[in-house]
Design a protein around this ligand. Sequence first.
Ligand SMILES: Cc1cc2nc3c(=O)[nH]c(=O)nc-3n(C[C@H](O)[C@H](O)[C@H](O)COP(=O)(O)OP(=O)(O)OC[C@H]3O[C@@H](n4cnc5c(N)ncnc54)[C@H](O)[C@@H]3O)c2cc1C
Length: 405
Amino acid sequence: MKDYDAIIIGAGIAGSCVAYNLIRDGYKGKVLVIDRDVPAGEKSSTALSAGGFRNLWTTEPNMKLSTFSIKEYEKLQKEEKMNIGFDKAGYLFLKNKKQWKEAKKIAKTQKKNGVNLDILTLKEVSKLIPDLNLKKVDKEIKEFFGIEDLAGGIIGHDCGFIDGYLLSTSILGKAKQEGISLKVNAEVTEIIKKDNTIEGIKTKQGETILSPVIINAAGPYAAKIGAMIGVEIPVVPINRQLFVATSPYKGTKFPMIVLDNGAYMRSELEDLLFGRANKDEPVAKEVNGQFLMHSDKNYFMEHIYPYFLARLPALEKGMSLKSKWGGLYEVNTEDHNAIIGQHPDIKGFYMCCGFSGHGIMEGFAAGKCISDLIIKGDYVTLPEVKQLRYERFKEGQLIKELEVI
Ligand SMILES: Cc1cc2nc3c(=O)[nH]c(=O)nc-3n(C[C@H](O)[C@H](O)[C@H](O)COP(=O)(O)OP(=O)(O)OC[C@H]3O[C@@H](n4cnc5c(N)ncnc54)[C@H](O)[C@@H]3O)c2cc1C
């Protein structure tokens, strides 16, 4: 007895892409996507993200996942006419003198691997974005804030940004049109398992839904889903903050600019969007089953603004903060990379989670891999992604990525 052939827990980018790929790949089974938000995924990491995409990575699985996803997102906008805000505006990493040698070495390897990028001198960066002040930083400001002199930049031409929420809802909408079912306002609280085989789920709302396959796409809540059947998933929720401000640079469209200290900024329509990971942010607290999110103007003023002010002096007069929010990174504490695969000992329990802050740009390809695993039993389209299987933790085969922001 079963109600569905597969249940996907979570309607963020990961869950939506699993559903979409199953349908596109001709899966004949009945699929249910279940999410506790109304509308689906409204408070997800996907909805609260910065939407950046880049294929400037140092590990094979990340390069493959992002390159594949970017191509598909472009097709969704151009060919399927989805309104997802796909914009190949580029990603510009600015590097200081200490970082430059290593950055160039990595970029050369990426280029050899087919990544469309250029290594730029400061002069070339200035040509590309004339508004950037790359050298003349006041000595006192430099010393007070620890701002280093820049040495050059790496620009990724196939990179840019997208609207994460529009993307996931459009993909999910399409999958729904093609036959998958969606249940919202339904929180999974229990997974039914007999011996080592999945049988279904129970919800807080009192429903029991039977299915031999469950896909854990619960983002920052992935570890809680695993814990329901005693599976340890090394994913913790960590708050990240974003800020939107008016732009004094009217008419300038900025790519995603990542400073040498990891602070980043891009155009957001007419405005500017800023962010920076706080390396000291603790694991988010849980209250009534929800992880808390926060944002603080002081964080922007102390840890982001001064660094961009040094590079974009007009911010001092012509910028005002319009909005701010916090969201959750789903950090894989072992190696900061996604977990994509079936549990080795529990038949029917798949994981598509732990993206550690790069799930928008990898979501589509991750969904494709899960679809391949369910339909064909292997990582057929992207064999390199097998490196991200759950077993790697036990086997000590961690994937060390050097370009995590
Ligand atoms: C501030 C910020 C900036 C970011 N910037 C970028 C970026 O520039 N580029 C990029 O690629 N990524 C970025 N990310 C990361 C990206 O947002 C995530 O990696 C991605 O959204 C994860 O998607 P997901 O589908 O795995 O999880 P989510 O989007 O969180 O979706 C999980 C869903 O599962 C549901 N759920 C959880 N538990 C249950 C349950 N028990 N029952 C039912 N439903 C449940 C939730 O309601 C949620 O809707 C950023 C994240 C943040 C917070």
